[in-house]
Design a protein around this ligand. Structure first.
Ligand SMILES: Cc1cc2nc3c(=O)[nH]c(=O)nc-3n(C[C@H](O)[C@H](O)[C@H](O)COP(=O)(O)OP(=O)(O)OC[C@H]3O[C@@H](n4cnc5c(N)ncnc54)[C@H](O)[C@@H]3O)c2cc1C
Length: 381
């Protein structure tokens, strides 16, 4: 089977690229390892804060979600590790209806999959496992457990442990944060007021994000050696209440807590001849800014633009073309990784005097409208 572009990995980022290339005239295949099952009972503990820029890029994939299960973020409150440091952002101040939306991973993925299943220029190959990849004169041959594909361009959207990245010989050298993010959903005793709450504590970074009704979703990055004790504690809800200064009253656990080990991964380049990486296959970032999947959508948006603008005669696996995509993404990825890495180091650190500096930093940012404005503009992209 011959294709122009084969996307390996049908998570949110791979599926978003496939949808964005609907009108490109390119013949596409999307290879996904797992059969997609959509659970509608209960609440998904994998949630994302999706920026307005990402929502606009997702188009029908965004519109087609069950919007009863989507919650707006209208305010953000960020606290340092002393009582007086607070940073606030509000949609009113920014002149916007909301700063972001909280969506469940399953809700968005289901909507994207429903859209691309009917896409005329796309073949969905799922479930399928990749076995081997070989460069040929025409393009790249990809051997699956159910046949062979030939493509001019292969896009790796197969997540943090990307098979394609290692097959193609990208040097990854990830650095572990020695932290794990615990995610879980709660019913809260006090109204969340469409606010995303975040505490930068010495022992970890904790966020409670608003969900529909009286629910909130937790993302708590803690030192990995403490995770087992926390997750298995019968008083997990009380521990979260205490760590969040009881801002949201009593917290009743409604999903089983899950842990995600955190790491930083940076690549010299996210392309090779006939290969491009996007999403977590291309970069891993600390989730403290809630921007990982938004970065991935921006990769997909940039790659889609380069491919759509290339002119009908040009080979879509052309290396200079892919280098253009690589250059277009470099600054955004680097600045997000550098900022989150710096904040993680600044706050999860016991060096004497550092606590004073970081809390002063938060108060200073709060007092400077222009810095806050610049931060908001970045988060909206
Ligand atoms: C705790 C936590 C909280 C987070 N919160 C946020 C947030 O609020 N906002 C935000 O923007 N980001 C957030 N992130 C980051 C976000 O989760 C990731 O950036 C995002 O899920 C990456 O999507 P992806 O599609 O690139 O990869 P994945 O979601 O990992 O998808 C990869 C897909 O590829 C498939 N696959 C894997 N290998 C193969 C193969 N060999 N062949 C075929 N298919 C394959 C998998 O089955 C999967 O479907 C958070 C991360 C963590 C850990």
């Amino acid at each position: 089977m011959d294709f122009d572009v084969v996307i390996v990995g049908g998570g949110l980022v791979g599926a978003s690229l496939a949808l964005s290339l609907k009108e490109s005239g390119l013949r596409l295949a999307l290879v996904e390892a797992k059969h997609h099952v959509h659970e509608t009972e209960g609440w998904d503990s994998r949630i994302y804060a999706i920026s307005p820029g990402s929502a606009a890029f997702l188009g029908n994939g965004w519109e087609g979600m069950d919007h009863e299960r989507v919650a707006p973020i209208r305010e953000m409150r960020i606290y340092g590790d002393d009582a007086s440091s607070e940073l606030r952002f509000s949609s009113d101040e920014a002149g916007l209806p909301e700063l972001a939306h909280i969506v469940e991973s399953g809700n968005l993925l289901h909507s994207l999959m429903r859209e691309i299943r009917h896409q005329e220029n796309l073949e969905l190959i799922c479930p399928a496992t990749c076995i081997e990849m070989q460069w040929s004169e025409k393009g790249i041959e990809l051997e699956l457990d159910r046949g062979k594909l030939c493509a001019r361009l292969i896009v790796g959207a197969d997540g943090a442990k990307s098979w394609l990245r290692s097959q193609a010989g990208f040097e990854a050298n990830p650095r572990s944060y020695r932290q794990t993010a615990i995610v879980a959903n709660f019913e809260c005793g006090k109204p969340h007021r469409d606010t995303a709450w975040q505490w930068f504590r010495k022992d970890g970074i904790l966020a409670l994000l608003p969900m529909p009704g009286n629910r909130v979703s937790l993302v708590w990055s803690v030192w990995t050696e403490k995770v087992e004790n926390l997750i298995s504690s019968p008083n997990f809800g009380e521990l979260v209440e205490e760590a969040s200064g009881r801002r949201l009253g009593e917290l009743k656990l409604i999903t089983q807590p899950q842990g995600f080990p955190l790491r930083l991964m940076r690549l010299e380049s996210i392309v090779k001849p006939r290969i491009a990486l996007i999403g977590d296959a291309a970069h891993n970032t600390h989730p403290l800014a809630g921007q990982g999947v938004n970065l991935g959508f921006r990769d997909a948006r940039a790659l889609s633009k380069v491919l759509s603008d290339r002119g009908p005669q040009k080979d879509c696996g052309d290396y200079p073309l892919l280098r253009r995509f690589d250059r277009a993404r470099r600054e955004d990825i680097l600045s997000m990784q550098t900022t989150t890495d710096l904040l993680q180091k600044l706050f999860n650190n016991d060096i004497p005097g550092l606590s004073f500096v970081r809390n002063l930093g938060l108060r200073m940012v709060e007092g400077q409208g222009w810095i806050k404005n610049a931060l908001i503009q970045h988060a909206l992209a």
